[in-house]
Design a protein around this ligand. Structure first.
Ligand SMILES: NC(=O)c1ccc[n+]([C@@H]2O[C@H](COP(=O)([O-])OP(=O)(O)OC[C@H]3O[C@@H](n4cnc5c(N)ncnc54)[C@H](OP(=O)(O)O)[C@@H]3O)[C@@H](O)[C@H]2O)c1
Length: 264
């Protein structure tokens, strides 16, 4: 594969950090995106302390903002850099009844989860190194509509479907596109609490950020369309497809109406 950068969005988060550390171990030149200059500087400092001559570029980008995304894209393009891997990790898992949302929050969640990922796919294709790999981190929550998690599940479903369609379009160019649909990943404290609240099911289905990142990188190498990390998550994906929609939605609405989270 031609030398090029690995671009990771959401690098300052739990799963993004795991991708970052794995790719760093492989000596890949990195372009890390996050919202916070401070978090990016801390992450870069941690990496450079391990290998001071490593190439690590950081960009504080608000992915909801087309202007902010453009600034990053223009700066990267000026360096004549090529992208060998794009990992769209940034995502917003706000969870509450739809009527409780503000207009601002609706726009925020849909833009980060879908619009930004799609725009970065186009950018990566325009600046692709040979054998470009794209990983879009979706969610098992996109497997079926989820009342009380409606925007998240719909935006993740859109991202999975987009990845599958894009994959078909670009395979003739040697580009690999993989969607990843994880179950619970213990990253932020509120997510850890939520997984704990699911009892045995949470224990069986949750996978560490490192496990999910490793499975995703392996999956895209093998040119898999979709990676579902973990046996029980694979089983649940199949099972939910078989259940009648009415039953599914009733069950989910009952369970999810009790949960609310808004970390962003
Ligand atoms: N954790 C789970 O159980 C789970 C399960 C399935 C799928 N996923 C998906 O996995 C991905 C990572 O989840 P995580 O648990 O690692 O989340 P996280 O720790 O909260 O990290 C989210 C990342 O997205 C970034 N981000 C949020 N809004 C942004 C914006 N407007 N512009 C730029 N960056 C923005 C955050 O930046 P800041 O550091 O500045 O906040 C952070 O780096 C998400 O796409 C999520 O939907 C997670």
């Amino acid at each position: 594969m031609e030398k090029g950068y690995t671009v990771i969005t959401g690098a300052t988060g739990g799963l993004g950090g795991a991708f970052t550390r794995l790719c760093f171990k492989e000596n890949e030149p990195l372009v890390l995106l996050g919202r916070s200059e401070e978090k990016l500087a801390a992450l870069k400092g941690e990496l450079l302390a391990e290998r001071s001559n490593a190439e690590v570029l950081t960009y504080a980008v608000d992915l909801t903002n087309a202007g902010s995304r453009d600034e990053f894209m223009q700066d990267f393009a000026l360096k004549n850099g090529k992208i060998k891997r794009l990992i769209n990790v940034a995502g917003v898992d706000t969870q509450k009844g739809f009527t409780l949302y503000t207009q601002e929050k609706i726009v925020f969640q849909t833009r980060v989860n879908f619009e930004a990922a799609v725009c970065l796919c186009k950018f990566a294709l325009d600046h692709a190194a040979e054998g470009l790999e794209i990983i879009n981190v979706s969610s098992i929550s996109g497997s079926c509509p989820m009342p009380y998690f409606a925007i998240y599940s719909a935006s993740k479903r859109a991202l999975t479907d987009f990845s599958l369609a894009l994959r078909e379009e670009v395979k003739k160019d040697g580009v690999k596109v993989t969607a990843v649909t994880p179950g619970g990943i213990p990253t932020r404290e509120d997510v850890k609490e939520q997984i704990k609240g699911q009892g045995l099911w949470g224990k069986l289905t949750a996978k560490s950020p490192e496990t999910v990142a490793r499975a995703s990188l392996k999956g895209v190498k093998k040119n898999k369309a979709v990676v579902v990390p973990g046996f029980f998550n694979k089983a649940m994906t199949v099972f939910t497809k078989l259940l009648p929609r009415g039953i599914k939605l009733k069950f989910i609405a009952k369970r999810w109406s009790k949960i609310s989270k808004d970390a962003f």
